[in-house]
Every structure is written in structure tokens, then in C-alpha cells.
Design a protein around this ligand. Structure first.
Ligand code: ADP
Length: 174
């Protein structure tokens, strides 16, 4: 199998509700494969890719075009793992695999409680998981055969997800 759009090497998007384990999975995958790991939230913070403040949701509004311009060259080269809690604004052509992490509500709730989040923000994120908002966003934005819903409750889930992703990567004959 070849990566799409003339890339020699594939790109992976790890998405899901905050707290489902995107960063920990992405960093470990990067460690095991040598792929370049990009946490979009951190990148936006470092480069100030914001275009205002969302009072309702108490968060910055991402400058999506800034993020896309910054990453375009690296994404054409391939071998990147992107981590973000949204997925509908990236160019569809960027990704060969889209992982959507899912976590049981009680587990997610206790993970979010450990963060410096308001009760309102915890509730919003838990509802996002209940309504499987990100999974639907991913299925609407990418070809369904590249979208993989993966459980992320326990350490064994992470190990299992890593093994599966590495198996998929091997299909590119690296
Ligand atoms: P996200 O990047 O999606 O916001 P993180 O990677 O920061 O999530 O993980 C949130 C918390 O949940 C961390 O404390 C992490 O160690 C824990 N966690 C994530 N995935 C798992 C898992 N599969 N099993 C157990 N704990 C996990």
C-alpha cells in the first residue's frame, strides 16, 4: 500500500475528546517509530496561532490557517503524527490513518477532574464523548476506511493500539 497524494511515508492523525489519551499515545508511537510528533495545542500556544477568545467555552480560538500553513511542508514529506481534539479543518489529503480514541465516561470524568478544568468544561467534554462528537466529525471529514475508533481506557488498550498502528504502518513497506 502506498501513502496518499504522492507521499512516500504516511501521516497519522490522533483525535478524540480531551483526556482520551491522544498525547500519551502519540508520544509513545513517536518514540517507537521515530515519527515526528506534533501536539497542535502546544504548537498553537508556542506560535500564538490564535484569533481571539471564546468566552462561552473559555478557550482560545485557533487560527486554523496559521496551523495549516506552518505544517504544510512537513505533511507533504509524511511521517508525522498530529494530536488534536478536532479534525474537520485539516486538509483531508494530509492523512493516511485517523485514530479516534474513545474512553468510558466514568474513566474520562476522573481523568478530567485531575486537570485544572472548571466543572462546566468537564461537563462539556464528557458530553462531547457521550455524543461521540469527534468520531462523527472524523467520519464526516475522512474516508471511513481510514478512520479507526480505538478504546483508550486502560494501559493494555494503549499497548494494543500501538501494536495495531505499527502493523498498519508496516503495510507501507517501510
Ligand atoms: P489527551 O491528549 O487526549 O488530552 P492525555 O494523553 O493527556 O489525553 O491523557 C490524559 C490522562 O489519561 C493522562 O493522565 C494519561 O496518562 C491517562 N491515559 C491516557 N490513555 C490511557 C490509557 N489507555 N490507560 C490509562 N490511562 C490513560
Amino acid at each position: 500500500m502506498a501513502a496518499a497524494h504522492g507521499r512516500v511515508r504516511p501521516n497519522i492523525l490522533i483525535t478524540g475528546t480531551p483526556g482520551t489519551g491522544k498525547t500519551i499515545l502519540g508520544m509513545e508511537l513517536s518514540k517507537r517509530t521515530g515519527m515526528n510528533f506534533v501536539n497542535i495545542g502546544d504548537m498553537a500556544k508556542e506560535n500564538n496561532y490564535y484569533e481571539g477568545w471564546d468566552d462561552e467555552r473559555q478557550c482560545h480560538v485557533l487560527n486554523e490557517d496559521g496551523v495549516i500553513d506552518e505544517l504544510e511542508d512537513a505533511m507533504s514529506d509524511g511521517w508525522n503524527i498530529l494530536d488534536y481534539h478536532g479534525c474537520d479543518f485539516f486538509p483531508e489529503r494530509w492523512f493516511d490513518i485517523v485514530i479516534v480514541l474513545r474512553t468510558d465516561i466514568t474513566i474520562l470524568y476522573s481523568r478530567l477532574e485531575k486537570r485544572d478544568y472548571s466543572e462546566k468544561k468537564i461537563k462539556e467534554n464528557v458530553e462531547c464523548e457521550i455524543f461521540q462528537t469527534i468520531l462523527e466529525e472524523a467520519r464526516d471529514s475522512y474516508s471511513t476506511d481510514i478512520v479507526h475508533e480505538c478504546q483508550s481506557n486502560y494501559p493494555e488498550d494503549m499497548e494494543n493500539n500501538l501494536e495495531n498502528i505499527i502493523l498498519w504502518l508496516q503495510q507501507w513497506h517501510l
